[in-house]
Structures are given as structure tokens and as C-alpha cells.
Write a protein that binds this ligand. Sequence first.
Ligand SMILES: Cc1cc2nc3c(=O)[nH]c(=O)nc-3n(C[C@H](O)[C@H](O)[C@H](O)COP(=O)(O)OP(=O)(O)OC[C@H]3O[C@@H](n4cnc5c(N)ncnc54)[C@H](O)[C@@H]3O)c2cc1C
Length: 411
Amino acid sequence: MSVYDVAIIGAGAAGIGAARRLAERRLETIVLEARDRLGGRAFTVAPAGGYPVDLGCEWLHSADRNPLTRLARAEGFTVVEKLPDWGERLIRTGASAAESADWQKARAAFQERVAAAARKGTDHAAADLLEPGNRWNALLDAISTWANGVELDRLSVQDYARYEDSGVNWRVLEGYGRLIERLAAGLPIRLSTPVHRIDHRGRTIRLETPSGTVEAAAVLVTVPPTLIARETIAFTPPLPSAKMEAAHGLPLGLADKLFLALDGPAPELPPDSHILGSTKRVATGGYQLRPHGRPMIAAYFGGALARRLEAEGPGAMAQFARDELAGLFGSAFAKRLRRIASSAWAVDPWALGSYSFALPGHADDREKLAAPIDGRLFFAGEACAPGFFSTAHGAYLSGLAAAEAVAAAKN
Ligand SMILES: Cc1cc2nc3c(=O)[nH]c(=O)nc-3n(C[C@H](O)[C@H](O)[C@H](O)COP(=O)(O)OP(=O)(O)OC[C@H]3O[C@@H](n4cnc5c(N)ncnc54)[C@H](O)[C@@H]3O)c2cc1C
């Protein structure tokens, strides 16, 4: 049996980024992927032969600083530079100009309190910074369920403050998932090969899979922290307690998407616009109307609501969206909507959630999760990415950084 220089576990954005860099460094690499497809949480589908839609990442966040923007263009993908109108969704939902101004003030004040807490350096739940009784608390919390996959009462304020966002958000017309898949072209990847055990007692590291054992001098683990915390891969000897605590401190929040086809044209819906299900409930959806001008609505649910809707099933998720959209556009409109696709990331066994957040007191866990062990067990993935955590480009960059660390350790 040949011994690889490096075995990478996971062919998501992080694993693919790392494999590309290690190929450049001419290291003998193998990528072992549990699923029968590439991309992990980057996943484009084309339901019933229709338009490509992303069940996972869609936006090139911080697109002006995002390395995947350049790669998308280089690979011939269409980068759509139209900025989202998230700032206008309140007005579109029916708020008056005065209400909208009041919201902007409340939101800016909250962000200022977050920045002040970050300067102070003590960590606690971001919900502690909500002004008691403020009319906009529910909306601030709902936005957290979409952005972080969790309500503010479970979110570390320090970690939240560390997220970097240039404010430039673009999209890949053909699908972000397709782009990540394309970036894997030519790489040595074995699909349908889940790693169950990593034995790192000997001179080489042994990885057990249902189709046999793979040996490598170094291993790069890119699986989500949920899976490390649940010990879906058994390590012999076990991972140090600091690593396990970091994995537990960075659970995946939940965000789910639902795509509804519009029966007939809907010129009354401005293309590529966003609207809120409600400004008064935390348990509400965000709705993207006619993305790319296509006859569909993309709904976004986060946190406890997403968890509930997933548990109730795709029919209940679609009904919830129809009810909220009926409230906005009338019941005749809602009858024209047909479910075409939806995600269920909480029950996806190879993710168990959507993107990582830090629990209060765990903002420094990202560094601990990323730290190598014995110069031959390395870690990457969005949860390890400083600043750009929870994103595809953060995952990709963390893969590049880990690959550099592997290559440096080899020399
Ligand atoms: C609904 C949703 C919306 C999102 N929107 C955006 C967005 O607009 N913009 C953005 O930048 N990001 C977004 N994200 C986040 C982005 O998709 C992720 O941060 C990124 O794709 C994570 O990449 P990764 O490589 O770290 O992890 P993953 O993509 O999860 O890759 C890890 C891989 O490891 C595999 N694996 C797990 N266990 C094993 C095992 N034992 N053996 C072998 N393989 C294993 C998994 O199957 C997976 O393929 C979104 C995510 C979701 C779910």
C-alpha cells in the first residue's frame, strides 16, 4: 500500500482549496469524501431540469476581497455584480419612512454596542446588548437567525464582532456549488469514502474507511466541528481536550432554504428584491423575490424556526412560506406557489447544521480548532477561518492556510 504525503478528509471548499494548493506544492495527496458528490455545504441543484439553485452557499460575500470571485471568472462562470437590496426590505414589507428611520437608528445603536463590547474584550451573549422592550428586538434576532443560524441569546458577542464583511455581495449565476465542484477538477478525490477512524499512533497515520485503510504522513481534517464534537471519526489516541472543547464551543447554527416556483409571470414582484415575512416575530422567513429575474421565490429560515420546519417536513416549510407570503401579497398569490426544492441541513449526517457560530465565552475557539497536533494532524474548514468564518471563501482560505502549514511541516 502506498503512503500518501497528505490525506484530506472532506471535499468541501476547504478540502478542495487545500488539495489544489498541495498539488501546486507537488505533494502526493488523496481526498476522502463521505458523500457521493463534491462540495459539501456548497451544493447547486437544478430541480426538475430548471434553473440552478444553491441549497448551501449562494453569495460571494466580501466579493471584492473573496479569492473565489477571481477563480469564478477564470473558470468561465458568470459573476453577477448586482448588490442585494437587504437595506430596503423593511420598506418593501410595508414600513413607513419614519418606521424605517427608527429601525436604522435601532440597528446602528445595536451595532455600536457590539463594537463597544468588542473593544471591552469581555465575552457574553449578544442578546445582552438588546435594549429591553425595544420594538425592533425581534427583527434584530431574526436577522441573527439568518446570518448566524442562531438567536442572539446563544451567540458570542466577541465572535460576532470579529466577522469581516466588506459589504460587497455578488453571486455566481450558474451556482456557487457548481463553482466549488469545478475547482475540484483533476484532483485525486475518492467519493463515498467516509473516514471512521484515524489512528495516529504509528510512524504513518492510518485512516479507516469502509473500502479499506489509507496511510498518510499527514492528515488534514476539514469536517464541520459538529462532527468532531460528536466523535463521528474516532481518533486513536483521542484528540486533546482543548480540541474537543473548541469543537463543542463552535456548533453549527441552522439555516435552511426553500425554493417556490411561481405559476405565471409576476411583474408586480421586482426582480432580485428582498422582503421580510414579518418585522415583529423572530420566527419569520426572509424572501428573495424572482432571483436573477427567474419565476421563483427563495425563502430563508434560520435558528429555532428552521429547526421546527425541518422537523415538520418540506410540506410544512412550504406552507409556512405560503402563509407568510399570503399575508404580504394576498391568498390568491400564495396559491400560485409550488415547492420545487428545499434543504434540511440539520439532519444532513455529513454536516449536522449550516454554518458555525461561537457560544458565549468561546470566541477564541476558532484558533484552537485550527491548531495542528504533533505537526501532522491539521484542521481546516469554515469554523477555523478567522474573520471569514461561516462562509465558503473562509473555508477555502482556511484550506489554503492549512495546506501551507502541511507543506512547511514536511520541509
Ligand atoms: C443554507 C446555507 C446558506 C449559505 N450561504 C452562504 C453564502 O451565501 N455565502 C457563503 O460564503 N457561505 C454560505 N454558506 C456557508 C458555506 O456553504 C460553508 O461555510 C462552506 O461551504 C463550508 O465549507 P467547508 O469545506 O468548511 O465544509 P463542508 O462544505 O461541510 O465540507 C466538509 C466535507 O467533509 C465531508 N465529511 C464529513 N465527515 C466526513 C468523514 N467522516 N469522512 C469523509 N468526509 C467527511 C462532508 O461530506 C463535506 O463534504 C451557507 C451554508 C448554508 C448551509
